[in-house]
Design a protein around this ligand. Structure first.
Ligand code: LRH
Ligand code: MN
Length: 419
């Protein structure tokens, strides 16, 4: 892939844009280094074409195994130098030879972020079905099976150098009366305690909440309150994971983030966007202002606690690509997240606090919206350039006809494991 030629052709235009930005905005010291350090993990289950119950329209050249998934994330990272980690989902991506997989990832400059368990599908050789839940299940044998699976996933993660387990439970009910909410909650917490006890000392457990789907009346870990109350019962290594698509309409996610962060119980994110439900669309594609407001709370809250922006939270994407090329879609999501982070780093927090303390509502809004309306793409591109990435990753992906090359190498009908 000829990144040098690509950047050379775009350098003059890029420099003009960057100089203009610098003429308009005082760039805080260290902002470029922060952007360069900020790596976003790519979900192993989102490298193929996603679908819905109504259909799936594969684009071809999809990765056929974990090795090819790592190669695809490696390609993204080569292009944008901001996708330096992969988040695996077990059993969709069981690393049969962990040492070889770890070495292959290292060759691509990739680390392993949180590993994800799966007790929302029944595997062929499974003794007990998860139809009526897993960690909440009325049957102790089914709960034990789900607990053992999570402990197994931790073992896979340890072999790969991962430091966190993400637990998302589809557990809940579809009809009033079906579930004893209190028993389901207590059984879930008791089951999580056994998983928590198996965590290595330097690991985290991320408990991901979701309002609905696949259950459509109640979800046992259905909102931040349920997750927060449970992770508080578990202990200091347990934190809440915020998937942007897992909220009821109009939820104020940036407020949820600020409180979880203040309480030291925010573990990380699954970035995506949505208009209606858990649509798993490209980050920043529907509500870019919300994404900016979330990063505004993150930068403010992390600085208030002296946290390291790049290392102290789990930055992961969780998306599904029904109509776009999966790799182009992921490049867009990473760019949108980097833009929201860069803008949040430009907010004049002293002026904002002064305006808030003065109840100068207009001034507060003007400070945030002025930054949101600032085009920081040249700054994000400069970070990529300095790390050896492409000034315009999607343009280069297309110029090099990468999808055609993948189809030629893998075939037009290959289907990746995942959603
Ligand atoms: C559930 C979810 C969860 C994953 C799955 C692939 O909606 O967000 O994070 O396990 O998607
Ligand atoms: Mn998710």
């Amino acid at each position: 892939m000829n990144i040098l030629n690509h950047n050379e052709a775009l350098l003059a235009q890029h420099t003009r844009r960057l100089d203009f930005l610098k003429s308009e905005v005082n760039l805080p010291a260290g902002i470029l280094q922060k952007l360069k350090d900020f790596q976003i993990a790519i979900p192993s289950w989102a490298l193929g074409t996603g679908g819905t119950r109504f259909g799936r329209f594969s684009g071809g050249g999809e990765p056929r195994n974990l090795e090819e998934k790592i190669a695809d994330v490696g390609l993204l990272h080569q292009l944008n130098q901001s996708s330096g980690a992969i988040s695996l989902h077990i059993p969709w991506d069981i690393p049969t030879d962990p040492a070889a997989i770890r070495a292959l990832a290292a060759q691509h400059g990739l680390a392993f972020d949180a590993v994800n368990s799966n007790t929302f599908q029944d595997q062929a050789d499974q003794a007990h079905s998860y139809k009526f839940g897993s960690l909440q299940h009325v049957s102790a044998a089914t709960r034990k099976q789900a607990i053992d699976h999570n402990i197994e996933v931790i073992k896979h993660g340890v072999e790969l150098g991962s430091k966190a387990l993400t637990v998302w439970l589809s557990d809940g009910s579809c009809f009033p009366g079906q579930l004893n909410f209190r028993k389901a909650y207590e059984r879930t917490v008791d089951s999580l305690r056994e998983i928590y006890a198996a965590l290595p000392a330097d690991w985290s457990l991320y408990l991901e909440y979701k309002a609905y789907e696949p259950n459509f009346y109640s979800t046992t870990v259905g909102d931040w309150g349920a997750s927060y109350s449970m992770v508080n019962k578990l202990g200091p290594q347990a934190k809440t994971l915020v998937d942007l698509g897992h909220h009821l309409p109009n939820a104020n996610i940036e407020q949820i983030v600020s409180i979880l962060l203040m309480e030291g119980k925010l573990g990380g994110f699954h970035f995506n966007d949505s208009k209606y439900g858990d649509d798993d669309l490209t980050a920043g594609s529907i509500k870019p202002y919300q994404l900016f407001l979330i990063f505004n709370e993150l930068v403010d809250g992390m600085d208030a606690k002296g946290m390291n922006h790049a290392k102290d939270l789990g930055w992961m994407i969780d998306a599904s690509h029904n109509v776009k090329d999966p790799l182009e879609d992921l490049l867009q999501s990473v760019e949108a997240i980097q833009i929201a982070y860069a803008q949040a780093l430009l907010v004049d927090r002293k002026a904002l606090e002064e305006a808030r303390e003065a109840n100068d509502v207009v001034r507060c809004q003007e400070i945030l919206q002025a930054v949101f309306r600032t085009d920081v793409r040249a700054l994000v591109a400069q970070a990529r350039l300095e790390l050896g990435g492409a000034l315009d990753p999607i343009a280069l992906f297309r110029q090099e006809k990468m999808r055609d090359q993948l189809i030629k190498a893998r075939g037009a009908k290959t289907v990746a494991t995942g959603l």
